[in-house]
Design a protein around this ligand. Structure first.
Ligand code: ADP
Ligand code: ZN
Ligand code: ZN
Length: 728
């Protein structure tokens, strides 16, 4: 007898055996193909791990699989292996992890047959001279195709406004033709625009990736505006010339439309960007194009890490310090760390770039796991911005703005420049308080205040998304004088608009950028170059290049300094430098003003006087002596339950199980989470630490399997987070 051993998307950490479906040729089944099976009362799509001739399942419990869905596995063998490895490393049920490595439609069982989309291109020798002068639409279209020798898809043509009639008449004149792109077809002319002349540091960085010597992991430290993107572009160019592909991971594509635009402007090759606005169908097609080798460059966020490449050439992780590379729920993998593993297995180079590298990556450089390269100068004529700490302890703030800052904003606008005001909270005010008794409007489901929003007017919990109308009187004493406390983007926006009625004030936060094109429209408006004030959250800190911004104001620079999370200082430093990096990126010199109540805080001062690396080295020393990551390995076990104390009691039992094991790790907790109640659940956490990673992982795996089998644990929501980056 033969059995199919399958990974099935269920919360159980094990594989499942099935009988093969009737009339199935076992010899043709390859690991990784999808198989539809009955599971409990449902049908699920599993992935074949192996065909075996033994099983522990009693014969009468064995069920036949329903259908074999693939002849060849959707994921190439090495990515299947990587996904299995990551399930085990991140201690996640293997079936769920493998399922997540596939595009949604394949998870659901859609057929995996890739039909390459037809494209249009200009015929050899075609020229606009042969088109009548008055047929301007036809001339335009042909010129555009001549500029794009790799061809354009019907959608691209439609987006640019060309009609079926124009296409048909050009086709009838034999000036343009349809064709099917071939995976290994090499465009003669990869470049659409000439590359910039690199400075010596950039050249060294590009060369380090072009040398053809297989895997190496490079940390590129380049201050903001130093031309990291140009390094990526030219490193990719070298790979494209060898017929290879590139995978580029970025924190959030929606936030940096400019990055994708720059890639598309540079290259004539097919580029797919896997952003959240794609439909499942488009996402599947992009994924298949990459796998077929048709798409040469894949730009995506975290989940793009499992995109197969036919001819892998290089992996780039931009803004490698960004927390979004770590998935924070379910399958809690780090796409950055997995990428390094992937590059190693595919034997290709990987570059991690940042102006504010993570302490983990700097540690990896010290351990000689990563090679270190740096860009210490801003590209072109741009100079790094100057910093000013504005002590606001004695100031009368006007909606959170100090008089000295307001004056400076006015000055920069008068020079015809643009100003960026950073405040890390959206909404009008972070809380609403009763002036008489001090009552504050709290979320009923979380240990948190509700944020006051004015447009539209409501109270909003940013942790569980609950909303309710703004109360007219105090819940506690009935007084009717409820006052907003503190400032968010909406309040700052309206204050600045009153102070500078002539100048457009543009707010950029999650509320103003929900529409698909919204952020792009804002970027376009800013790039027109007229004076304006941008007010926004960290959305504004990420990767934007606004040449006319000369002043960056950081309103609450202190907000992360006293965080309960040991990474608070690192995050604060990164955020300050990333926002600051938007100032003075072109010809005009930039200035950064930081409002603070702690103008003499040693860390802030060392950060702005000695720079990020000095700060990071100190931080690493501190972590080292306090036995904190990255010098020690961590696993966090979290639990949440309906009643207070329940999750903690459960974790206490978990801890006792560790006590009974050899080589037990150090622990902290169980403790209630810093925000104990969230969305109606009470949360607690147990942190395990050890210098011996193998033993730690082995123990946690052992205990997770025991928990899975325990009836007690089924009443609790619990999860394992390996290498956690948030301590809550
Ligand atoms: P980063 O990604 O490091 O923040 P960018 O790649 O966005 O920096 O570069 C900042 C600006 O400098 C861009 O306008 C870019 O076109 C320009 N730039 C980059 N490299 C060069 C170069 N070698 N010569 C001239 N300008 C450059
Ligand atoms: Zn009151
Ligand atoms: Zn809430």
């Amino acid at each position: 007898m033969s059995y199919l051993r399958l990974a099935i998307p269920s919360p159980l950490r094990r594989l499942f055996d099935y009988l093969p479906p009737a009339d199935c040729d076992l010899a043709t089944l390859m690991p990784g193909i999808r198989v539809k099976v009955p599971f409990a009362n449902r049908q699920l799509i599993g992935m074949l791990i192996e065909v075996t001739d033994t099983t522990d399942v009693p014969a009468k419990k064995l069920k036949p699989a329903l259908e074999i869905l693939d002849t060849t596995p959707p994921l190439p063998a090495h990515l299947l292996k990587l996904a299995r490895w990551s399930a085990s490393y991140y201690q996640h049920p293997v079936g769920e992890a493998l399922s997540q490595a596939l595009p949604v439609l394949l998870r659901k069982g859609e057929a995996d047959n890739y039909i390459p989309a037809m494209k249009w291109r200009a015929c050899t020798g075609a020229s606009t001279d042969s088109i009548a002068k008055n047929a301007s639409k036809q001339r335009q279209l042909l010129q555009w195709l001549l500029n794009n020798p790799a061809g354009l898809t019907p959608e691209q043509l439609k987006e640019a406004g060309s009609t079926k009639a124009t296409l048909t008449s050009l086709q009838e004149k034999s000036l343009i033709e349809q064709f099917t792109p071939q995976p290994d077809e090499q465009a003669d002319n990869i470049l659409r625009e000439p590359p910039l002349t690199l400075n010596p540091q950039q050249q060294t960085a590009v060369d380090s990736l072009s040398e053809d010597s297989g895997f190496r992991s490079i940390l590129l430290y380049g201050i903001t505006g130093s031309g990291k993107t140009e390094v990526y572009l030219q490193a990719i160019e070298a790979q494209l010339k060898q017929g290879k592909q590139a995978l580029v991971l970025v924190p959030e594509i929606g936030l940096t439309p400019q990055t994708v635009t720059r890639f598309k402007a540079r290259f004539n090759v097919s580029i797919v960007s896997l952003h959240s606005n794609l439909t499942d169908k488009q996402r599947l097609e992009a994924w298949q194009q990459a796998r077929a080798g048709v798409a040469k460059i894949v730009i995506g966020t975290r989940s793009a890490i499992f995109t197969p490449l036919k001819h892998p050439g290089v992996i780039i992780i931009d803004e490698e310090h960004d927390a979004s590379f770590k998935q924070q729920d379910g399958f809690r993998y780090s796409a950055r760390d997995l990428s390094v593993m992937r590059a190693h297995r595919e034997n290709i180079p990987i570059m991690l770039g940042s102006a504010t590298p993570s302490i983990e990556s700097l540690y990896n450089v010290q351990q000689q796991r990563y090679q270190w390269l740096q860009l210490t100068q801003r590209a072109g004529n741009a100079k790094p911005p100057g910093f000013e700490l504005l002590d606001i302890r004695q100031d009368n703030l006007q909606d959170g703005l100090s008089p000295a800052l307001i004056k400076q904003i006015g000055g920069h606008l008068q020079q015809g420049n643009q100003v960026l005001v950073f405040i890390n909270r959206r909404g009008f005010a972070p809380s609403l308080m009763c002036h008489d008794c001090g009552w504050i409007a709290d979320c009923r489901r979380c240990d948190a205040h509700m944020t006051l929003h004015r447009s539209p007017a409501h109270l909003h919990c940013h942790h569980c998304d609950s909303q309710r109308p703004i109360p007219r009187v105090c819940d506690s004493c009935g007084a009717d004088e409820l006052k907003p406390v503190g400032a968010g983007t909406e309040r700052t926006e309206s204050a600045l608009q009153q102070l500078f009625p002539e100048t457009p004030v543009i707010r950029v936060d999650r509320d103003t950028t929900q529409r698909k094109q919204a952020l792009q429209d804002i970027v376009d408006q800013v790039n027109l170059g007229d004076p304006c004030i941008l007010v926004g959250t960290q959305m504004l800190a990420k990767g934007h290049h606004f040449p006319k911004v000369t002043l960056v104001a950081i309103l609450n620079a202190d907000s992360g300094l006293f965080s309960a999370d040991f990474r608070g200082m690192e995050r604060t430093a990164q955020q300050i430098l990333q926002v600051a990096g938007r100032a003075g990126r072109a010809e005009l010199p930039g200035k950064v003003v930081m409002q603070t109540h702690h103008a003499d805080h040693p860390t802030i001062n060392s950060l702005i006087n000695e720079g990020y690396l000095a700060f990071a080295q100190q931080e690493l020393n501190t972590r080292n002596s306090a036995n904190l990551p990255p010098t020690i390995n961590c696993i966090m076990i979290r639990a949440e339950a309906r009643y207070q104390g329940q999750a903690e009691r459960f974790l206490m039992q978990v801890r006792q199980q560790f006590d009974r094991q050899d080589g037990k790790p150090q622990w902290i907790g169980p403790l209630p989470s810093p925000m104990e109640k969230r969305a109606g659940m009470f949360r607690a956490q147990l942190l395990l630490q050890s210098h011996d990673r193998k033993t730690l992982h082995g123990l946690v795996n052992h205990i997770a399997l025991q928990l899975e089998a325990s009836a007690e644990a089924r009443k609790i929501r619990w999860s394992v987070d390996v290498d956690p980056i948030e301590m809550f």
